[in-house]
Design a protein around this ligand. Sequence first.
Ligand code: NAD
Length: 248
Amino acid sequence: MVLEDKIAIVTGAGAGLGRCMALELAREGADVAIWDVHGDSATDTQIEVEKLGRRALAMAVDVADGDAVQASVEKVIADWGRIDILINNAGICQKEAIEAISEDQWDRIMAVNLKGTFLCSRAVMPIMKLQREGRIINMGSVSGKIGGIAAGAHYAASKAGVMCFTKSLARELAPFSVTANGIAPGVVETDMTRDLSCGEWEDYLDGIPLNRIGEAKDVARVAVFLASPDAAYLTGEIIDVNGGQFMD
Ligand SMILES: NC(=O)c1ccc[n+]([C@@H]2O[C@H](COP(=O)([O-])OP(=O)(O)OC[C@H]3O[C@@H](n4cnc5c(N)ncnc54)[C@H](O)[C@@H]3O)[C@@H](O)[C@H]2O)c1
């Protein structure tokens, strides 16, 4: 187990990639604070993590709410004493033509995907700097590199922001031996992509050299690697997990 007794926070961990990452971290020995805007789904993940023999803390947190984020980080520190890993995974997506995007839709996507990543990172930075140890892992997207194909322009722009923010984080945290990296998934089967694709995957497969849609575990194992001692000398990197759909 490469994460024995590490303390992790995973945002948006009530479903999809976040739940899978919470479970993989727990399998590797971490205790996990499970944040989700839907408290019930966070509790479901908590039960699964506890079945793996690790401690879990389900918390209803909207990552776009700075006060809630700050209070929730303080609760994790009060209960467990430290924070070793933050995975900024919570995200929302819409498929919308640019001319159809309302200001409210633009603002909410930015608030959850980009501002949420900033707020959660800012809140854990003091403890990670004090520990002189910590890992921040941000969820980007292939659409943040090439523009939205399935997703809207507001989503793609928010993910480009997340990936650039990751590099600024990496620069500021490096003097404290804290790393910040990102993952840019392609198409991975979750509720989010089932909504976007309406279950029609054939259109996507044409552009994926490995000729399959990603599974949540494909992403989760890369997150485990980034959180592990093997990734100690890696910072400011964005790892594509996309079956070869986009290579840069
Ligand atoms: N699935 C993919 O193909 C794919 C591809 C690229 C990037 N991503 C990114 O990976 C992350 C996870 O995606 P997913 O496919 O698992 O999505 P999902 O919709 O299946 O799950 C997202 C989770 O985040 C939670 N959430 C939403 N808004 C929140 C908020 N304000 N505060 C806290 N939690 C909130 C939801 O309740 C849900 O549990 C997202 O950031 C997404 O943009 C996914």
